[in-house]
Structures are given as structure tokens and as C-alpha cells.
Design a protein around this ligand. Structure first.
Ligand SMILES: *Cc1c(COP(=O)(O)O)cnc(C)c1O
Length: 406
């Protein structure tokens, strides 16, 4: 028995892919706390504090702010299932795998989807969204991905949010890879619905999807002519559990909520601005190193995410072999391209806990060594020097998360 089913011993990897990212040991420790009932007074306190912390991190006063039980895609389903009824016109920005998924989820909820397409690796142009809104008869919702993890694009949101409202539509954004890494300003930008996840910028394992709905979005939920198609993701029902009524809807994943609570505490201790700055500094150093090595960045200049860098696979280099060697020799996970970018790019995440100077230097050194051994011409050490220079410009300790209190 013991022989056929060995004890779990997964390797402790350096996770530099598009998520999950590495988890702070404090979060793992929180997950070892006793499991209590989902209506236990101690758990109710955790729930209340999670809602307060999420409002801080989402920068919102929205009452309806809580984690949906499920991964980031569950948040996507929740937003679409609640805001869409049969025949509603929905404008969706499609410039990567997750915009494509949004359009698919919206259409499964009965929406008439107007896709605003852009090449993978470029932004969705606000002017094209404006044109789609004009062409639609009565658009109800605009949906765009803030951080397109499949391409490394940082989508500008504010102008699109304004356009949506000018046309009487709501705006929903996918902040799965942006929350905790770059500014997400729900109230300032006038966002009506947003969802994220625990395993990318927040630094917890996968399993929950924080969501937030504006008053205007909740009004549209209350005015629905038909019931939300999904019982599990019906925000009005979930709110009766996460709100003051405490009505049983489903059993909250207790342990995952402990993890989210501790991870959010860490985010707030560091401070959002400091966290955004750390992501910016580490990405600038990493991207300087990548360029110094003679590699090309794949996402549109001026719109590159700091938490996810995409690199063009150079001609004659075996994409799969490089990733396998990174794992074998350096214990580093990075990711391949998806869809039309399969075999063409690498995706390197420096998100949450993973966004730190030591990871930047290790990843650059590892790429140099592996690419060099495969015949890609590299002046050894140039990447590390370029990254070092980028850090020097920022002062001591730049790129490091705050030290743990002893
Ligand atoms: C990862 C991701 C998702 C899906 O999240 P899961 O946790 O894998 O369900 C959705 N949108 C974006 C932009 C993502 O990066």
C-alpha cells in the first residue's frame, strides 16, 4: 500500500510562469489552522475582515465585494452570469486567450457578443470599442481584460470605462493577473464589476476568485427579468451568505479563505504603492537584461505588463527544450505561448512573492547559460550587468519585498 501510493513530495519550484506564483510561508502556515464551521463566530470574523481587505486592495467602497469559491474563471462566470440575460448586447475586447474566454462565457449566458479584435500582443484600441458601442443597438456591458496573461499586454482601462458609460453600458474588467501587481482602481475608473484570483499577484494558492460589484451593477442584477442561470454563482444568493443574513448557500472553503486572509494581510502590510513599485522595478531590470542578451520582447511597447514579460523565441531555438532545461537545471518554471503564439513566445511571470531581485538575476543567468549552450550567440554577463544597472538607479534594497519581522 505504502509502496503503490507514496507520500506526496512535489518539488519546491521557483514559479516564474503566469501563475500559480510562489506562496509566502505565512500563508501556508495560516492554511494549517483548524478547520471550523462555516458559520463559526471565528470564521465570520475572518469573512468580515476579508471583505474589508478586498475593498482596500480593489480600491473600492463597494458593499458587494467577496471571494467567489472557485478559481479566476469562476469569477468570470459570476460576472457574466449575473450581468447578462438572453439577447443582451455585450462588447468584448479580444486580443488574447482570456478575452477569447470572456467572449465565450458571455455567449454561453445568451449574450449577443460584439467582439472588438486586436492582434495578440497589442492593446484593444479604445476607438474600436467606441465604434462597436455605436454599432450596437443597446449595449449593456463592455468587458475587457486588464492584464492579458497570454500576451503580456497591460490594457488601458479608463477611456474604455468612460466610453461604456457614455453609451449607457456597464464595464467589467478581468483583473486576474493585475490585482496586487499594478494599479486596479475600481471606484476611480468607475468599474461596475471586476474579478481576480488568489494565485497570481496576491500570493496564495489557487482556489478563490475575489469579485466586486458596483451599486449600478447590483441594481441591474435586482432588475433582472429572469433568474441568474447559475445557482452557484448567483450573486444575490451568495450575498445572503457573505452579507449580514448569514444564510447557508454553500460551504465556504474554510482553509482557502484563511490563505486569502493572510495573503491580503501581507499585501496591505507592504502597501499597494510599494508593491506596484516593486513589480515595476523588477520588471524593468528583467526586461533590460533580456534585451541586453539580444532577445526581443514580444508585447507592444508602452503597454508591457511588469508582472508578466513575453519574450520572442529566437529563430533556431527549441522552445520546449529551453523550458525543460530551466526546470531541470535551475528548478525554474516559465510558460509557453498559447494559441497563435504557441512556440513563438515564452511567458515569464514576476508576480506577487515571485517579484524579487534574486529571481530576476537567477532567471537571467539561467537563460544566458541555456541559450548559450544551444548556440544562441550571447555575450556572457551582459544581461546581469544591465539588470544590475537598472537596480542601481533605484537605490539599495530595490526590488525586494519587505523583510519579515523576526
Ligand atoms: C489565469 C487567468 C484567468 C483564469 O483564472 P483561473 O484561476 O485559471 O481560472 C482568467 N483571466 C486571466 C487574465 C488570467 O490570467
Amino acid at each position: 500500500m505504502a509502496d503503490s501510493f507514496p507520500e506526496l513530495r512535489p518539488a519546491a519550484r521557483i514559479l516564474l510562469g503566469p501563475g500559480p506564483s510562489n506562496v509566502n510561508p505565512r500563508v501556508m502556515k495560516a492554511m494549517a489552522s483548524p478547520v471550523v464551521g462555516h458559520l463559526d463566530p471565528d470564521f465570520l470574523k475572518v469573512m468580515e475582515n476579508i471583505k474589508r481587505l478586498l475593498r482596500i486592495v480593489f480600491r473600492t467602497a463597494n458593499e458587494i465585494t467577496f471571494p467567489v469559491s472557485g478559481t479566476g474563471s469562476a469569477g468570470m462566470e459570476t460576472v457574466m452570469a449575473n450581468l447578462i440575460e438572453d439577447g443582451d448586447e455585450v462588447v468584448v475586447g479580444v486580443n488574447g486567450a482570456f478575452g477569447t474566454r470572456m467572449a465565450e462565457v458571455a455567449s454561453r449566458q445568451g449574450a449577443r457578443v460584439h467582439k472588438v479584435e486586436a492582434d495578440w500582443g497589442t492593446i484593444v484600441e479604445p476607438a474600436k470599442v467606441a465604434a462597436a458601442l455605436k454599432a450596437a443597438k443597446n449595449p449593456k456591458l463592455v468587458a475587457v481584460v486588464h492584464a492579458e496573461t497570454s500576451t503580456g499586454i497591460h490594457q488601458p482601462i479608463e477611456e474604455i470605462a468612460e466610453l461604456a458609460h457614455q453609451h449607457g453600458a456597464m464595464i467589467a474588467i478581468d483583473a486576474v493577473t493585475s490585482l496586487g501587481c499594478v494599479p486596479v482602481e475600481i471606484d476611480k475608473w468607475g468599474i461596475d464589476a471586476c474579478y481576480s484570483c488568489t494565485q497570481k499577484g496576491i500570493g496564495a494558492p489557487p482556489g478563490l476568485s475575489p469579485v466586486t460589484f458596483s451599486e449600478r451593477a447590483m441594481e441591474s442584477v435586482r432588475k433582472r427579468k429572469t433568474k441568474c442561470r447559475s445557482w452557484y454563482f448567483d450573486v444575490a444568493l451568495i450575498e445572503q451568505y457573505w452579507g449580514p443574513d448569514r444564510l447557508y448557500h454553500h460551504t465556504a472553503p474554510i482553509t482557502m479563505n484563511y490563505a486569502l486572509y493572510e495573503a491580503l494581510r501581507i499585501v496591505v502590510e507592504e502597501g499597494l504603492e510599494a508593491r506596484w513599485r516593486r513589480h515595476r522595478i523588477n520588471a524593468a531590470a528583467f526586461q533590460a537584461g533580456v534585451r541586453a542578451m539580444g532577445l526581443q520582447l514580444a508585447a507592444q511597447e508602452g503597454h508591457r505588463l511588469p508582472q508578466l514579460t513575453t519574450i520572442a523565441v529566437p529563430a533556431g531555438i527549441d522552445d520546449v527544450k529551453v523550458r525543460a532545461e530551466l526546470l531541470r537545471l535551475f528548478n525554474i518554471e516559465i510558460a509557453a505561448g498559447l494559441g497563435p503564439l504557441k512556440g513563438k513566445i515564452w511567458r515569464v511571470g514576476l508576480m506577487g512573492e515571485g517579484s524579487r531581485r534574486e529571481n530576476v538575476m537567477l532567471a537571467l543567468n539561467a537563460l544566458e547559460e541555456i541559450l548559450g549552450s544551444m548556440g544562441f550567440e550571447i555575450a556572457r554577463g551582459r544581461a546581469l550587468t544591465a539588470a544590475d544597472d537598472a537596480y542601481s538607479a533605484e537605490g539599495t534594497g530595490a526590488g525586494e519585498p519587505p523583510a519579515e519581522a523576526p
